[in-house]
Design a protein around this ligand. Structure first.
Ligand code: HEM
Length: 116
């Protein structure tokens, strides 16, 4: 079970990198790229599975922190989905939408790492 949990953490970090990395890479010309939605979906899926494994593995967890992360992650996923649809339709994507996706994901990285 440990190896499964560790692989989920690995994929969880890759998902965070996809959202935040693409956002920072496009900072001068803000946009939402479809791969950011993929990263957001990966975050929610791996995060929820880990949350389910925590009691089964007798791990300690801060459920207030995880619930706040889940709410923020769902907002990121919805905004990234809207951005992906606009991107695929060739419609303009506002800087506000792009910064909300990247900034909220960065906030979740901060919550995950700074709040014990
Ligand atoms: C945009 C969304 C998210 C980002 C950027 C994010 C970021 C991170 C990062 C960077 C870590 C590693 C922290 C460490 O090992 O010290 C982590 C761990 C974790 N995340 Fe997320 N996360 C997101 C969404 C979620 C969601 C939706 C859940 C589940 C409700 C979740 C549950 C967890 C769990 C269980 C861990 C491992 C235990 C812990 O360190 O708290 N995450 N997350």
């Amino acid at each position: 079970m440990d190896i499964l949990y560790n692989i989920l953490v690995f994929l969880h970090i890759v998902g965070a990198a996809m959202i935040v990395g693409i956002w920072i890479g496009n900072m001068k010309k803000p946009t939402v790229h479809p791969r950011q939605f993929d990263g957001a979906a990966l975050q929610v899926i791996t995060g929820v599975i880990m949350m389910g494994l925590i009691p089964a593995m007798d791990l300690d967890a801060n459920y207030v922190k995880l619930t706040i992360k889940l709410v923020i992650a769902l907002v990121v996923a919805v905004l990234a989905f809207i951005g992906r649809r606009k991107y695929k339709a060739g419609e303009p994507i506002s800087a506000g939408l792009a910064h909300s996706v990247g900034g909220l994901a960065l906030l979740n990285v901060a919550i995950a790492t700074l709040w014990n």
